[in-house]
Design a protein around this ligand. Structure first.
Ligand code: NAP
Ligand code: MG
Length: 591
């Protein structure tokens, strides 16, 4: 009997994980959770209900922290920071190792709590979320140890405000707290309203691991608590979440001197060429879009499939979708769990229902009532269709076809996001040609969702900026030890020498290696501080910007050798040096 037939005739049993360990933890805390400040839990209130999305049952009540409570947490972090920095890398490494080891000891409690709180399958929280979070602490313990020798020119930023989403609650906490602590910062972290539970267990672990009071503070609440943290006197905000909130935070911190990193949304392409190992690509796609119910910032949510294999691929994918098991997240044999909250479920339903293009296929698999959504595939879409452009953040895959590698790249990059990309081909030359052309922070070849604490992760475009993990991630939690040298003095403008006559009065744009008149033909007069006319500067419009971006894309600078680029940069420097006075006088005249 073929193996598929054997599976078809099998009765599936359930294998539920025992949840009592997590419920006991909650009971021990009086059924209430709240802020952890200065090394202890403050008395908690029943302001907001924390629920298990799979059943709707209330797990605990939670404090909605006020502005004053956020201020108190920031003050506690501020007071603890100098000593934490002075303790040195080796002492900080000891604490980070202790955190990692204690998380390992409590791994089952953390995994069960994560699945209860978030709705993700226990298989994922047990085998991915929790081990990766632990790995982040081990990895950054090493960086703390190495800091005095490997990063002797860097120092901590100070107090970091950290705001995380609900899709990987403990993992995002680890991504934020481990590097910050390693570099000598202290933190105030705000978990998402939907999923604060594992952060509370982590707070408990901090007390057991000997984290000095005030080094780690956690404030519970909703978006208003996050906004209060952004406004507080912190030195850095690290945010992971939606692009719209990221934009608000960027506006709120602009000009404040606060450092900022943003890890935002995505609509990542999953490109399958006609020579790919199709069954592997199908299996990879299951992981790319149905992992964590598709609530993954870097989910491979846009399938780009070579026209010649599209029908075959879609058929095999549908067959695989029908085998996915959706149900109780605590069941060890479940593939797809619950959506994090009914509000999120409504958003997914609304987006899919509003879409009239393409053909929608829901997996033919039993779907429990409540906060569940079936694995879904929408085929026959065009690159400009809403669902090809907008992030759905649920178990919905959209698909379109391409004919040539160049077209695949064009469609892949036709997005406001730039977080991740995946490509499947058996042709290594094709992979090496395509990968660098994809606008994405990370490109996976013949694999997907590969993460490690040593590999920096982050996006471009509206997916944000800054990297988390590895050496790159440490830059975002430290600054140069010495203040930068004062700029060299320039001779004040005397009106002698390079006067207005010497200035090109009709400056042009510089696009694609030549002077160009602005498309609109407009220019503006530039005056010096004493009101003297210095010249006219062109006003560029959208077309000029488009031309400049196209010229930049076409110029091939990235493909030149390092040696050539070095020669050109030296040549530029020599020429700038030769004209030092002229530049100084012009700058002086303008300012
Ligand atoms: P969200 O609404 O932006 O929430 C993210 C965090 O910000 C939550 O803790 C939230 O608090 C808080 N927040 C909300 N409004 C705020 C404000 N005005 N000021 C400060 N903080 C505020 O995002 P979400 O809907 O929870 O999460 C899903 C999004 O996160 C998706 O778009 C996904 O792509 C993105 N994401 C990106 C990455 C990445 O690494 N690039 C990773 C995971 C998720 P409350 O939840 O308590 O309201
Ligand atoms: Mg939210």
């Amino acid at each position: 009997m073929p193996i598929e037939t054997i599976f078809d005739t099998m009765e599936y049993g359930t294998a539920p994980e025992d949840r009592s360990v997590a419920l006991q933890w909650i009971a021990n805390h009086g059924g209430l959770i709240g802020p952890y400040v200065n090394g202890a839990f403050a008395p908690a209130r029943d302001d907001l209900a924390i629920r298990n999305p799979a059943t709707g049952e209330k797990l605990a009540g939670m404090t909605l922290c006020t502005k004053d409570e956020v201020t108190e947490a920031v003050q506690s972090a501020r007071a603890a920071q100098p000593d934490w920095q002075k303790a040195g890398g080796a002492a900080r490494a000891r604490v980070l190792y202790a955190l990692a080891r204690l998380m390992q000891k409590h791994a089952r409690l953390l995994a069960v709590m994560e699945s209860l709180d978030n709705g993700k399958p226990i298989r994922e929280s047990r085998d991915i979320d929790i081990p990766l979070a632990i790995r982040h602490f081990y990895h950054h313990a090493g960086h703390a140890q190495l800091m005095p020798s490997a990063l002797s020119d860097r120092v901590a930023l100070g107090v970091c405000g950290q705001i995380i989403p609900w899709n990987f609650p403990l993992l995002m906490l680890a991504w934020k707290i481990a590097p910050a602590l390693a570099m000598g910062n202290t933190v105030v972290l705000k978990p998402a309203e939907y999923t604060p539970m594992t952060a509370m267990i982590f707070a408990d672990i901090c007390s057991q691991a000997g984290v000095p009071p005030g080094v780690v503070n956690i404030v519970t609440g909703d978006g208003s608590t996050g906004a209060a943290l952004v406004d507080a006197t912190v030195d850095k905000i690290a945010f992971t979440g939606s692009t719209s909130v990221g934009r608000q935070i960027q506006e709120a911190t602009a000009g404040s001197g606060k450092s900022l990193t943003l890890e935002l949304g995505g609509k990542s392409p999953y490109i399958v060429f006609d020579d790919a190992d199709i069954d592997s690509a199908v299996e990879g796609l299951v992981d790319a879009i149905w992992f964590n119910q598709g609530q993954v910032c870097c989910a491979g949510s846009r399938l780009l499939i070579h026209e010649a294999i599209a029908d075959d691929f879609h058929n095999r994918l549908k067959a695989r979708m029908d085998k996915l098991r959706i149900g109780d997240p605590l069941d060890k044999s479940i593939d797809v769990g619950a959506i994090v909250d009914p509000i999120q479920l409504q958003q997914i339903q609304a987006l899919v229902q509003a879409n009239t293009a393409g053909q929608t296929y829901h997996a033919q698999t039993p779907v429990p009532e409540g906060c569940f959504y079936p694995p879904t595939l929408i085929t026959g879409l065009h690159p400009a269709d809403t669902l090809m452009q907008e992030e759905i953040f649920g178990p919905v895959l959209v698909s379109t076809t391409f004919r040539t590698p160049a077209e695949a790249v064009e469609i892949a990059n036709n997005s406001k996001y730039g977080l991740a990309a995946t490509l499947w081909t058996e042709n290594i030359n094709l992979a090496l040609e395509i990968a660098p052309k994809l606008v994405a922070g990370v490109v996976w070849v013949n694999a997907t969702n590969l993460f490690d604490a040593a590999a920096g992760f982050g996006g471009t475009r509206e997916s944000g900026f800054g990297r988390e993990g590895g050496w790159e991630g440490l830059q975002a939690y430290s600054k140069p030890r010495q203040p930068l040298p004062e700029p060299a003095q320039v001779t004040p403008f005397t009106g002698q020498g390079a006067a207005a006559d010497d200035i090109d009065r009709t400056a042009k744009l510089f696009i694609g290696g030549k002077q160009a008149r602005p498309d609109g033909g407009y220019s503006q007069a530039i005056f010096g501080p004493k009101g003297q006319l210095l010249g006219h500067a062109p006003i560029a419009n959208r077309k000029d910007i488009r031309n400049a971006v196209q010229a930049q894309l076409a110029c091939g600078w990235g493909k030149t050798t390092g040696h050539l680029r070095a020669q050109i940069l030296y040549y530029l420097a020599e020429n700038l040096a030769a004209q030092t006075n002229r530049f100084a006088e012009r700058l002086d005249a303008m300012t």
